[in-house]
Every structure is written in structure tokens, then in C-alpha cells.
Design a protein around this ligand. Structure first.
Ligand code: NIG
Ligand code: FE
Length: 389
């Protein structure tokens, strides 16, 4: 590694001669790329364990949402929180995630649900970059839920959250790279999500979609249509959605004029695990040749899970993903879901030197030791730190 980048990788006997300033002994452990959590809502205030208990007793996520809880409950807590309070709640989560091997993280807004509070969340995400040595990618999730003041007026809400002055501020201050919409009954229709995402795209924010989480609703096909970076969730996906995602792979084939990168399917098995609902059919997607990514979806309502290695264990048991498939899903494919595959997510000369040393002799032992933090060293841009766990 030199200047934060990987310069060479291979068997020791082929190593370039010359003296290194520093040698790190992995001690017989396993070295993997730093993990990339490409879908989170880790900036929030408050806590919703009351809903967790209601769900255990049989209420559904949708029922709780329709009764005024869910996203709106966190919205109320976020609206009254200051930037400093949001940072105080979020920073310990990020530090634990880093210690667990996450070196790059995407964080969404989406709990302010009015202009000033969405900007507040995006500014908190920007400030967190100065406080923790992780690469933080911001997403403007203005279309997460309809707030109470816009009840029955979702179209007006979309207009308010896509006002040119707001989108210009987000673009000018570089407050987000992506825009996201929750496309679902009780949230936003395909038409509303299309309008929100297209207006954001006109200001340089590439689309992402919360798609087919609770029902088959059309979000995945919208994601493919809009050249989205990813379609996320996909618990209720149908064959035509898979075909739409497959068609986006042609965008990266040699000879095809560049039309952007493929739309990456991002699975969030922490959600189905946490809610006790059926998981996405990962095998069907992988066997269809799609570059599946995994993420925690860390949020207070549907996946209060910070650990990507735990997600890899859940993916093994419930999605029948092998440890190698899960590692690619949390590194190279997750980098692609964030438009950063040329720079992150692989041990490759020229890529950023984000590496983990695991105190397990083989990759397979990582997911197998469920809930144990096997990360002994985190190396971010060439700087090594010992995991505090
Ligand atoms: O990805 N589906 C919508 N958004 C989140 C949940 C947010 C919440 O319940 O606070 C998700 O699951
Ligand atoms: Fe989400």
C-alpha cells in the first residue's frame, strides 16, 4: 500500500523487491476488503422497541405504520432533535460498525419529511465525515413517507420536496450523491416516485428505490427504467422484475454505448429476520446472473442491526448465500450500488487500501461464528487501527 492505495497484491514469492516502511503481520488470519454497507438509515433519534414488542405480538409493519407509528414516530423524534443530538446518537453506531469491519457506509435522510429537517439530516451526515474514519455516502430520501401535514396530499408533498431551491442547495453544498423513494402502498406510487426521482436526477442525484418490500408494486421496474444505481429490498419480486434488472446489465457490456452502470439488486435480510417475514429469494437473483449486494438497512423500525457480518450469517442461513457470495455482496457489488466499484470493494492495485484482518484462518469461519466479531484490524486508506471489540 502507498498513499492510501493498494500498489501490489499476490503471493509473497512474487513480491516486488525493495524495502517497505512498515509490514503488518496478519498472524495467520484472513485478509478481506473493508465492508461496504450500501443501504442504511443510521442517523435517527429516539427508539421504537415498543413497536418491536407489538410486532412480536402479531401486529404487522404496515398496520403500525397506518396507525401513525413507524416512520412517522421516528420523524417526530428527528424533528425535535438538534444536529448535535443526532450526532450524539449516531456516532456510537458508526464507531461500532467500523469496529465490525464497515469502512464505507451509505446513510439516508428521510426522517425529517420537511425541507428544513431533511437538510438538517443531510448536514449531520456531512458532519459525521469529520468525526469517524469511514467513507460516508449520503442519499436524499425525501420520499420516505407522507408526513401528517400532507395527509391525502402526497402529490403536493412531492412538489414541496422537489422545489428547485431545495434541490439546488443539496447539489451546491454536495449534501447527497443519490435520491431514494419508498415505492409501496401507504408510501408513494410508482408515478409519484418517478416524479420525485426524475426531478432529483435533473440536479445530479442518481436514483435508488425501496422496491417490492411489502408487496409487488413496480418499484424495481421503475429503478431499471430510471437507470437507478440500485433497487433495494426485493422481498416480493416477480419474474418480470428480474428480467428488467437483467436488461440493465447490458449497460456494462463491451461494444454497447455507455448508458450508465447496471441497477444493482440490494437485499436486506436483516429486515425479514427482524420482522419475522419471508426473505428475498437471493438464489433466484444470483442464478439469474445478477450482481446481488447485501446491506444492513440499519434503522429503528425494520432492522435494528448494525453488523454486516451478522447480515452475512443471516444470508447464509436464510438466503442460502455462500460466504464467498456474501463477501462479494458486501464489497464489490455494494461498491457498484454506490457507483464506486472502480475505487472501492476489492483488493486490487489502484483501489483504495481499505482492508480487514480477521482472526479466522478461512473466510468460511467468519459467517459461521455467528454474532462474534472476528475483525482484529481495520485498515482505512492505508491506516491501520486495532478493532476495539
Ligand atoms: O428500509 N421501508 C422503508 N424504510 C425503512 C424502514 C424505516 C423505518 O421503519 O423507520 C426500510 O425498511
Ligand atoms: Fe431502507
Amino acid at each position: 500500500m502507498e498513499s492510501g492505495k493498494i500498489t501490489w497484491f499476490g503471493p509473497e514469492r512474487d513480491a516486488p523487491s525493495g524495502k517497505n516502511d512498515e509490514t503488518i503481520d496478519a498472524g495467520g488470519g484472513t485478509v478481506v476488503p473493508g465492508l461496504i454497507d450500501c443501504h442504511t438509515h443510521v442517523v435517527f433519534a429516539g427508539s421504537r422497541e415498543d413497536e418491536y414488542v407489538r410486532k412480536i405480538r402479531g401486529e404487522s409493519y404496515l398496520q403500525i405504520m397506518q396507525a401513525g407509528g413507524g416512520i412517522r414516530s421516528t420523524m417526530r423524534a428527528v424533528r425535535v432533535a438538534t444536529e448535535d443530538e443526532l450526532i450524539a446518537q449516531s456516532l456510537p453506531r458508526l464507531r461500532r460498525m467500523l469496529a465490525g469491519g464497515t469502512t464505507t457506509i451509505e446513510i439516508k435522510s428521510g426522517y425529517g419529511l420537511r425541507q428544513a429537517d431533511e437538510l438538517k439530516m443531510l448536514r449531520v451526515i456531512a458532519r459525521l465525515r469529520q468525526l469517524v474514519p469511514m467513507e460516508i455516502v449520503a442519499t436524499y430520501l425525501g420520499a420516505h413517507a407522507v408526513p401528517p401535514e400532507f395527509d391525502w396530499r402526497a402529490d403536493d408533498y412531492i412538489d414541496a420536496m422537489t422545489e428547485p431551491s431545495l434541490l439546488q442547495t443539496i447539489a451546491r453544498e454536495k449534501l447527497a450523491d443519490f435520491a431514494d423513494a419508498f415505492c409501496e402502498q401507504g408510501a408513494f406510487t410508482v408515478e409519484q416516485a418517478r416524479r420525485f426521482l426524475s426531478r432529483c436526477a435533473a440536479h445530479g442525484l442518481r436514483p435508488k428505490v425501496h422496491a417490492e418490500q411489502l408487496s409487488n408494486y413496480g418499484g424495481t421496474r421503475l429503478a431499471a427504467e430510471l437507470n437507478a444505481a440500485s433497487a433495494d429490498h426485493l422481498e416480493c419480486i416477480h419474474d418480470e422484475d428480474i428480467a428488467a434488472l437483467q436488461a440493465t446489465l447490458a449497460r456494462r457490456e463491451p461494444g454497447v454505448p455507455p448508458r450508465g452502470a447496471p441497477t444493482i439488486p440490494v437485499l436486506l435480510p436483516g429486515c425479514s429476520f427482524f420482522l419475522g417475514t419471508p426473505p428475498a429469494d437471493a438464489r433466484r437473483l444470483i442464478d439469474a446472473g445478477l450482481p446481488v449486494a447485501l446491506a444492513t438497512d440499519c434503522n429503528p423500525g425494520s432492522s435494528m442491526i448494525e453488523s454486516l457480518p451478522l447480515i452475512m450469517s443471516i444470508a447464509a442461513g436464510q438466503l442460502r448465500m455462500t460466504p464467498a457470495e456474501s463477501l462479494v455482496a458486501c464489497t464489490a457489488n455494494a461498491a457498484a450500488a454506490l457507483g464506486r466499484a472502480d475505487r472501492l470493494g476489492a483488493i486490487h492495485p489502484g483501489h483504495q487500501a481499505d482492508l480487514l484482518i480477521l482472526d479466522v484462518p478461512a473466510l468460511e469461519q467468519w459467517a459461521y461464528r455467528v454474532g462474534v466479531n472476528a475483525v482484529s484490524h481495520v485498515i482505512k486508506e492505508g491506516c491501520a487501527m486495532t478493532s476495539s471489540l
